[in-house]
Design a protein around this ligand. Structure first.
Ligand SMILES: Cc1cc2nc3c(=O)[nH]c(=O)nc-3n(C[C@H](O)[C@H](O)[C@H](O)COP(=O)(O)OP(=O)(O)OC[C@H]3O[C@@H](n4cnc5c(N)ncnc54)[C@H](O)[C@@H]3O)c2cc1C
Length: 324
């Protein structure tokens, strides 16, 4: 099966989302020689800048600029893509709020197969695409065989594919803004409200010591704080820690918390739910400590330690102190 492959690129403040590079690898898991076409919508100088950035990684970049598209409104982007995409196209997009909004309705209108929240692609045989998804909060994987003979809209979970960082495409930006005329929506973008930064900005930290429910009690948080202090790191956490009011909301990593890009991430007593991992970008070196050897976090960790955090972390702190 030969189909044209497209990647919808999400961007903010003139910078492409990390998913831009991950979607290239996802496309190559479908067609090993794929040269996907990137599609970007938006308005103004920020759009031009991000198209140039993306052209380093994609041979073809379709730019659609229009004032109405300044905010990524799925209600506008859906009819636009229906005009732009050829019959039988395969469209990859990130599985974020926007992708979840855009994908299913678009697939229905295209008569294509909708394949949401994909974490792996096992390859295409004829018109059958094999993909992997996760169920039960990451505890089980499901393998699906999907008929993509009429095309597909595939949303890809963040961090599931290694970003293609070769930046050697030397691509060309094609202006398709003429296709954006006459778009109208019933939902209107009002404003962006920036989240509060809080006492510490975890998004700027190079090393994060992240606390999960495995710490068991608020009284144990100083164990992690001491390690962080010894390493020159910053403490972050999973959502149950915030819900239990052990730490402030500004420390939460995840889809409903902060997106962080550390170089090193210590996941301590954290199971590795997709909502938590969705906030972890930039391919950090992950060290996971968990007493359950089957915890999903071990599937993505670079180093995994099966241990009780309350025994292991104080010892690690001590060893680092000695080494200093
Ligand atoms: C809409 C929505 C949005 C969400 N957004 C977020 C988000 O932004 N961020 C987020 O983190 N979560 C989020 N969640 C919650 C998410 O689904 C998980 O429930 C959460 O991430 C689990 O946190 P955890 O890993 O700390 O706890 P658990 O899943 O309970 O894992 C605790 C882990 O600690 C281990 N453990 C227990 N005791 C010890 C010990 N003594 N030593 C070592 N290991 C131990 C266990 O084996 C287990 O793996 C969201 C959920 C929803 C529905």
């Amino acid at each position: 099966m030969a189909a044209q492959v497209f990647a919808f690129i999400v961007h903010k403040d003139g910078v492409a989302d990390d998913s831009a590079l991950e979607l290239i690898s996802a496309a190559r898991n479908i067609f090993p020689d794929a040269s996907p076409t990137a599609i970007l919508t938006g308005a103004g100088a920020g759009l031009d800048a991000v198209c140039q950035e993306v052209a380093a990684s994609y041979k073809q970049v379709w730019k659609v600029g229009a004032a109405a598209l300044i905010y990524p409104n799925a209600e506008l982007v859906r009819p636009l893509l229906l005009k732009l995409l050829p019959k039988g196209a395969v469209l990859l997009l990130p599985h974020n709020t926007f992708g979840m909004d855009l994908g299913p309705g678009l697939a229905v209108k295209m008569g294509a197969t909708c394949i949401p929240d994909v974490v792996g692609i096992d390859g295409l045989a004829g018109a059958t695409l094999k993909v992997v998804r996760q169920e039960f909060n990451g505890q089980a994987s499901t393998h699906l065989a999907c008929d993509v003979s009429n095309g597909a809209v595939i949303s890809v979970r963040s961090g599931s594919f290694r970003p293609d960082e070769s930046r050697s495409a030397g691509g060309q930006v094609v202006d398709k803004s003429g296709e954006a005329v006459g778009l109208s929506a019933r939902r209107r973008f009002v404003e962006v409200v920036q989240a509060e930064v809080g006492d510490v900005d975890i998004t700027k930290a190079d090393v994060l010591v992240s606390v999960g429910r495995g710490f068991g009690d608020k009284e144990n948080i100083p164990v992690a704080e001491e390690l962080a202090q010894t390493m020159g790191a910053v403490v972050s956490c999973s959502r149950p820690i915030v819900d239990a009011k052990w730490l402030e909301k500004s420390r939460q990593v995840g889809t409903s918390g902060k997106t962080v890009k550390p170089k090193v991430y210590l996941a301590l007593g954290i199971s590795g739910s997709f909502q938590h991992m969705g906030g972890l970008k930039g391919n950090p070196f992950i060290v996971a400590v968990n007493k359950n050897p089957k915890a999903p976090i071990f599937q993505v960790a670079n180093v995994g330690v099966v241990a009780d955090v309350l025994e292991f972390v104080p010892e690690l702190t001590e060893k680092i102190r000695e080494a200093k």
